[in-house]
Structure formats: structure tokens, C-alpha cells
Write a protein that binds this ligand. Structure first.
Ligand code: BGC
Length: 380
């Protein structure tokens, strides 16, 4: 299978005006027109083509397709189909995510993922999306169930701002059920390879001579990295990994970042960690691996070039060892709405001028095109 080089995005972060999403209600629509994708998707696809991307990860916004619980919006579905087709027409493989953090407002009001019986609503959404997935080879059911459960139900930083371990476990169990049933549905009706995108981190003890911190580290590593994929391992055709950083564990679930090189949000830049998570995940599951996200927010584009070079090197190292890594998607194609952090952090290969609704190609985007053209060799 040909290795796929490309980039990743999510609907809520780039489309704009997703007024039916719970996140929109929560922050009063602060994302506004976001990165203008819903208006300018044709231009974006031209840019992807120009930059030689072979794959593009995007999500379908559930709340756009189902602004109300039982009635799909045909127009929205048709537009998503046009986007998917025009990617395929240009030889760009769409990687389609079905849940990327946001839910329809009505779904959250009925208890969201805390209630097992609500899973049927997600399946109805998938039923209506299946016809527009024709020709799509990769589907991600759920993005980062671990991050979603942690941020929204343990830390209470994201909506619905709960701080309850018990609720977090219920949410994870709802998401597991949703994934397994979605997997079965998708496998019976499409020819796509199906998985999740799991955020994976490298964890190390904050004090390496302290046995208790080693125990905290093992617990954190298990809960964050493996708890969810272990439960769905018989229902994934490959594993999507989103990798960003390494954390030093102070307390179970509580980490600090260290190191001289950081991204704009303070996360350590630790390229070798990408190799380490690929290797561990392959040992554990024996499935092909796709890097469904890896990227940096920075105001210094040279730092992004260095980041790309050093992380692609680690991907090449894993490939050279014979680990079946099937793709690498840089996060993100364009600057976008970084959730609670808003528009500050810039992850894009394309710079977005939020005032004027314009895109500009960064130098890192051109460097990445060279990586793509040489199948990774330009990074070595
Ligand atoms: C998420 C993205 C987010 C990125 C950078 C990932 O956890 O899937 O939506 O923008 O990290 O924080």
C-alpha cells in the first residue's frame, strides 16, 4: 500500500458557523467563521493539490447534518459529498472523522455520552452519512476519546465542565459502545478501513528515583494511552495515532512539561516520542498505524520546519524497521480555532488571515511538499 502524506483538520475548527454544536452554545459562538472552510472549501482543495498532499483528514459535523434529532439536512450532506468527491477527483485520499469533540446541542441536553441509550442517535447519523462515503478508504469514528473524557469530565476545562471520574468512565463506556457499533455498521455497508484517532503521549515520572512516581506514571500511561484502544482492539483495522508531546507525571493524571523546546502552548517538542508511541502501539496491537495528527503551534515558521523534519525522521525510522506505518497527516493544514484557547495558537501550514478571510502558504508548507515528493527522504 502506498504511504500517504497529508494533513488533518476538524470541522468545528475550520468550517465556521456551526451554530448547532454544543461548543458554539458554550462559548457564545467565539469561533465565528473559523477558517472559512465552509465558504472556501474549493480554494482549500486547490491549495492541497498545489501543495501535493495525498490525503486530507476532515470531519463531518454531526450537528450540521442533524440540527434536529430525527431529520437529516440533505443539503449539508450533499455539500460534504461534493467536498469528498472533489478531493478524490484530485487524487487526494479523504480520511473522514465522524466525531471530533463536538456534539449537537440537543444531544448534549439529553445527557450526551453519559447515557448509553444515546448511542443510537450517533448510529442514525452514521446511517445517513454512509451513502456519501462511497469510495472513501479511511474512516475515523471518534477522535481522541481519552482527551475528550479527560478535558470535559475529569479536568472540567471543556464543556460540559464536569469533574467526575465516575462520569468520565461512563462517557468512555458510551464512546466504546458507539465505536464498536459504528465499526460494525460501517464494515457491513462500506469498504472503508475503520479506526479511532487516539492521542498518545510519552509519560515519564517527575522524579525518576521515586517508586511512587513510577507507579503514578504506569497508571497514567495505562489510562490515557491504552484503556480505550484495549477495549476496541478487535474492532479496528488500523490504529490512528495523534502525537504531540511528552509529559512528566506528578500525580495520576497530572503532568508537567519540561525541556528547552516548547510549542506555543508550552508542550515539549520531543520527536523521539513519536517513534516510541508507534513502536509500542504496534507491539501491542499488531495493526498498521496511521499518524492521524502531529504538529506544532508556533509563531516561528522555521520552528515548524525543524519540527516537521525531526518528526518525519522518526516516522522514517519506524518504517525502516518494517513497522507498517501507512500515513502521516500534519496537524494542521491551516491555522484554526484551537478550542478553549481560541485563535491564538497557529498550527497551520497555511496562514489564515482571520480579518480578511485569506490564506497564505507558509515556507513550512513548501518544505512539507518536498517531503511528500521524496516520500520522506527530504527530511533525512
Ligand atoms: C485535537 C485537535 C487539536 C490539536 C492541538 C488534538 O488533540 O484532535 O482538535 O486542535 O490536538 O491541540
Amino acid at each position: 500500500m502506498k504511504f500517504l502524506w497529508g494533513s488533518a483538520t476538524s470541522a468545528y475548527q475550520i468550517e465556521g458557523n456551526n451554530t448547532g454544536a454544543d461548543w458554539w452554545e458554550w462559548d457564545g459562538g467565539r469561533s465565528g467563521r473559523a477558517s472559512f472552510f465552509w465558504e472556501k472549501w474549493e480554494e482549500v482543495i486547490e491549495l492541497l493539490h498545489e501543495l501535493k498532499h495525498q490525503a486530507f483528514r476532515m470531519s463531518i459535523e454531526w450537528s450540521r447534518v442533524f440540527p434536529r434529532p430525527y431529520e437529516a439536512d440533505r443539503e449539508a450532506l450533499e455539500k460534504y459529498r461534493r467536498i469528498i468527491e472533489s478531493l478524490m477527483d484530485r487524487g487526494i485520499e479523504p480520511v473522514i472523522t465522524l466525531h471530533h469533540f463536538t456534539n449537537p446541542i440537543w444531544f448534549s441536553r439529553m445527557g450526551g455520552w453519559e447515557r448509553g441509550e444515546n448511542v443510537s442517535h450517533f448510529l442514525r447519523f452514521i446511517e445517513s452519512v454512509i451513502p456519501i462515503l462511497e469510495g472513501v478508504k479511511f474512516v475515523i469514528t471518534i477522535n481522541e476519546p481519552n482527551v475528550y473524557a479527560f478535558r470535559s469530565y475529569v479536568e472540567g476545562y471543556w464543556p460540559p465542565q464536569e469533574k467526575s471520574l465516575w462520569k468520565a468512565l461512563k462517557v468512555l463506556s458510551g464512546l466504546k459502545e458507539a465505536h464498536i457499533r459504528a465499526y460494525e455498521l460501517l464494515k457491513s455497508r462500506t469498504s472503508a478501513s475503520v479506526s479511532i484517532a487516539q492521542n498518545m503521549m510519552v509519560f515519564e515520572p517527575a522524579w525518576k528515583w521515586s517508586p511512587v512516581h513510577w507507579i503514578f506514571t504506569i497508571m497514567t500511561d495505562y489510562m490515557f494511552n491504552w484503556y480505550f484502544p484495549d477495549r476496541i482492539k478487535d474492532h479496528m483495522d488500523f490504529l490512528g495515532i495523534n502525537y504531540y508531546s511528552r509529559g512528566f507525571v506528578l500525580w495520576p493524571g497530572s503532568i508537567r512539561y519540561r525541556g528547552n523546546e516548547r510549542n506555543c502552548m508550552g508542550w515539549e517538542v520531543y520527536p523521539e516520542g513519536l517513534y516510541r508511541v508507534i513502536k509500542r502501539a504496534f507491539r501491542r496491537y499488531g495493526k498498521p498505524i496511521m499518524i492521524t495528527e502531529n504538529g506544532i503551534c508556533t509563531n516561528n515558521d522555521f520552528q515548524r520546519i525543524k519540527f516537521l523534519k525531526e518528526h518525519v525522521e522518526q516516522v522514517m525510522r519506524a518504517r525502516q524497521e518494517g513497522i507498517p506505518v501507512i500515513g502521516y497527516l500534519y496537524w494542521s493544514l491551516m491555522d484554526n480555532y484551537e478550542w478553549a484557547e481560541g485563535f491564538g495558537p497557529r498550527f497551520g501550514l497555511l496562514e489564515v488571515d482571520y480579518e480578511r478571510g485569506k490564506y497564505r502558504i507558509r515556507r513550512s508548507a513548501l518544505f512539507y511538499s518536498e517531503i511528500i515528493e521524496t516520500d520522506g527522504l527530504a527530511a533525512l
